[in-house]
Design a binder for this molecule. Structure first.
Ligand code: SF4
Ligand code: SF4
Length: 172
């Protein structure tokens, strides 16, 4: 290699650095700026409701059975017409997910017969204590939609299970 090649290599290096100075920065100023997640991103779970406010979860625990890391705990209880949480016979009285065990595989979402549990786009999970990693039903349940009623609701003569509609996961 000649001296000319050495000098040329130095100037090539300078040019690479200089040309990058003219590029638009790729740094995202998180948390002020948030990057859109991919369509199939699996973030924190949400327990969904029907439009009338009733909870989709019927406490069947199929999600817990499908979970490969034993992260889900479900305890079911009976609905009554005086205090109805979901259509059908039962609802989840206790629903917990241990996020420190979860591997975000989405098997729980696939196993759910009522599309009650959905992994959405929230990736802001942090905790400093193992107890904080346990997300309870109150933390997971989505807010009552406009026009709906909070649970428990008072109903007459039972509520049949509605046909399972398609859940559209909204991405901003
Ligand atoms: S995403 Fe996977 S690991 Fe996490 S709770 Fe669901 S089934 Fe279990
Ligand atoms: S989230 Fe779905 S699978 Fe899990 S207990 Fe509720 S209805 Fe059953």
């Amino acid at each position: 290699m000649s001296v000319f090649d050495d000098i040329s290599a130095i100037f090539k290096g300078y040019w690479t650095t200089f040309s990058q100075m003219l590029e638009k920065p790729v740094t995202i100023q998180y948390p002020e700026q948030r990057r859109k997640v991919r369509t199939r991103f699996r973030g924190r779970h949400v327990l969904k409701r029907y439009d009338n406010g009733l909870e989709r979860c019927i406490g069947c625990a199929l999600c817990a059975a499908a979970c490969p890391s034993g992260a889900i705990f479900v305890e079911a209880a009976e609905n009554t017409d005086e205090a109805r949480y979901s259509p059908g016979e039962r609802y989840a009285r206790v629903y917990e997910i241990n996020m420190s065990r979860c591997i975000f595989c989405g098997y729980c979402m696939d196993a759910c017969p009522t599309q009650a549990i959905v992994l959405e786009d929230n990736y802001e999970l942090s905790f400093t204590d193992r107890r904080q990693a346990i997300y309870t039903k109150e933390m997971l349940l989505e807010p009552v939609p406009p026009g709906g009623q909070p649970t428990p609701q008072k109903t007459e003569g039972g509520v049949d299970m509605p046909p399972v509609p398609q859940v559209v996961v909204k991405r901003e």
